[in-house]
Design a protein around this ligand. Structure first.
Ligand code: FAD
Length: 488
């Protein structure tokens, strides 16, 4: 069968109206290294050779017979969002430079998070129940939520906006947007994992959401119906079934009211993922710079001419045709000079990572205690316990009294399974928007893009957000995400 083509109108990243010829060339009868040498050679190759199967490989070719020229793109921030974005761009043929202030990738909020790929929890924290949960929690020393009021207008503005997003209609709309992105993201993560052979202590035994009070279980049952409607696999199960799926739960099954099992969900170490992706980026020819801090912009008319950095060898500028800001909780500081007020505020969380002492009693399914709001994931020969939400500004120090509930939970739920004395305690700042929906799209500057504000679900949403950002940057609507509220 010969290659087939359709004409598709599109808008380029520069805003120019163009038409493209979409060539369908499934599998080449003949492969040739020369076909991948240059866009022109590739196009000629695609046009010349016949194809055998109708499996879509879809190079986009302009009327002039050339692929859109690859762009030089700068990505700022090498957490899960930045490395995923850099990879999506590099994979699409662009020339990528990834820059981070820290000494290695994944040293911000992505360092030791709960490790869950939790498609089955698309509900943002701003929910109709959130104000009550927060009030109840404030009266308990070990409550999952803590607020340290500060003389900080950003904090008060964010809290006010958060309360607005708790309205039922907004919560529902935000849940739908996150669900769309989460489902897409899992597919992209799986594709990359397989194609790149990524190793990051992945577990694919699903997530068990555990409910320990009748009131919480009522919410769990409602979530089951809601998830079904959103096309997310999760089923309500009895305590006995939960213990059957995850035998490590047997000793506490009697205390359970019920569980939701999401078999498609996964877990894995986000920091290791970041390191693996940086290795693949370097192999693919991307430039990656660490200990290099963004320090300002050189602005032109409606665009950013260059980004300024402080690196080990001093100050310098980088120019690029496009720039993507993935700087986590620091994103608002980078975006403010561009005229963009990013509604992102840090919500601090804690984790404890302990070596496993009794592997036969350690869970392999990831667990979410919905009553205490603590998660537990197995990462190879370690167990990670994570949780708590603290609004305390940009302080990321570890407070022992906030680690204590995680330790207690591990002692009660999985006694003697992990060496808690040898555990690594960590605190990180979730880059949270009031709605829980990340900011993906174009900034007020024509060539500056944002992919940030992923809050409590950045690891879950990283790969799909990266793919979505790539599509927007190339002037396309990511398939399946037509209803997502992109910015810009
Ligand atoms: C306790 C806890 C548990 C969590 N559990 C889960 C979970 O189970 N599942 C899930 O999906 N999500 C979870 N999350 C959320 C998830 O970890 C975050 O959403 C995600 O890590 C955010 O990634 P990011 O790349 O946007 O930010 P970061 O990982 O913080 O990366 C931002 C990067 O930008 C760099 N940067 C900042 N400023 C500059 C500058 N001026 N110049 C250069 N570089 C700069 C930083 O050095 C950093 O490396 C959890 C978070 C916490 C804190």
């Amino acid at each position: 069968m010969a290659a087939t083509g359709v004409v598709e109108p599109m808008k380029s990243n520069t805003g120019r109206k163009k038409a493209r010829l979409l060539i369908r060339i499934p599998r080449m009868k003949e492969t040739s290294k020369s076909a991948t040498k240059s866009p022109r050679a590739r196009t000629a190759f695609f046009m010349r050779y016949t194809v055998r199967h109708e499996k879509a490989v879809l190079p986009l070719v302009s009327f002039h017979g050339e692929k859109d020229p690859p762009m030089k793109i700068l990505v700022i921030g090498a957490g899960v969002i930045g490395v995923a974005t850099a990879w999506a761009l590099q994979e699409a043929g662009h020339t990528v430079t990834l820059v981070d202030a820290r000494e290695a990738p994944g040293r911000g909020a992505s360092y030791a998070n709960g490790a869950q790929i939790s498609v089955s929890h698309p509900q943002p924290w701003s929910s109709p129940r959130a104000p009550l949960i927060a009030l109840e929690s404030l009266t308990r020393e070990d409550g999952p939520f803590r607020w340290r009021p500060a003389l900080d207008t950003a904090q008060w503005c964010w809290l006010t906006a958060f309360l607005r997003e708790c309205l039922p209609s907004r919560h529902e709309r935000n849940t739908r947007a996150i669900a769309l992105l989460a489902r897409h993201s899992l597919q992209v993560l799986r594709r990359w994992r397989e194609a790149l052979g990524l190793e990051y202590d992945v577990q694919t035994r699903g997530i068990l959401h555990l409910f320990f009070t009748p009131r919480d279980w009522e919410t769990g049952r409602r979530h089951e119906a809601e998830l079904r409607e959103l096309g997310i696999a999760a089923r309500a199960i009895s305590p006995a079934e939960a213990a059957e799926i995850e035998p490590a739960l047997a000793p506490v099954a009697a205390k359970l009211c019920g569980a939701l099992y999401a078999p498609e969900d996964e877990s894995g170490d986000a920091r290791r993922f970041c390191e693996e992706m940086v290795a693949r980026l370097r192999q693919a020819g991307a430039e990656v710079l660490f200990e290099t801090r963004w320090s300002g912009w050189r602005l032109g008319k409606g665009r950013c001419e260059a980004a300024r950095f402080e690196g080990p060898a001093g100050a310098f500028e980088l120019t690029a045709e496009a720039i993507v800001v993935c700087a986590g909780v620091d994103s608002p500081r980078l975006l403010a000079p561009l005229g963009m007020e990013a509604p992102i505020y840090p919500v601090k969380g804690y984790s404890l990572t302990a070596p496993i002492l009794a592997p036969e009693r350690a869970p392999t399914a990831s667990l979410t205690d919905e009553s205490k709001r603590i998660v537990c994931s197995r990462l190879g020969n370690r167990l990670r316990f994570a949780g708590t939400a603290e609004i305390a500004g940009y302080d990321d120090s570890v407070r022992p009294e906030r680690i204590a509930p995680l330790k207690r939970w591990a002692e009660v739920m999985l006694p003697g399974v992990a060496d808690l004395e040898a555990a690594e305690a960590w605190a990180g700042l979730r880059p949270m928007t009031p709605s829980g929906v990340p900011l993906i799209g174009r900034s007020p500057m024509a060539n500056v893009w944002v992919n940030t504000g992923h809050g409590s679900l950045g690891w879950t949403l990283a790969c799909g957000s990266a793919q979505a950002l790539l599509a927007r940057l190339e002037g396309k609507t990511p398939p399946g995400l037509e209803a997502f509220p992109f910015v810009g």
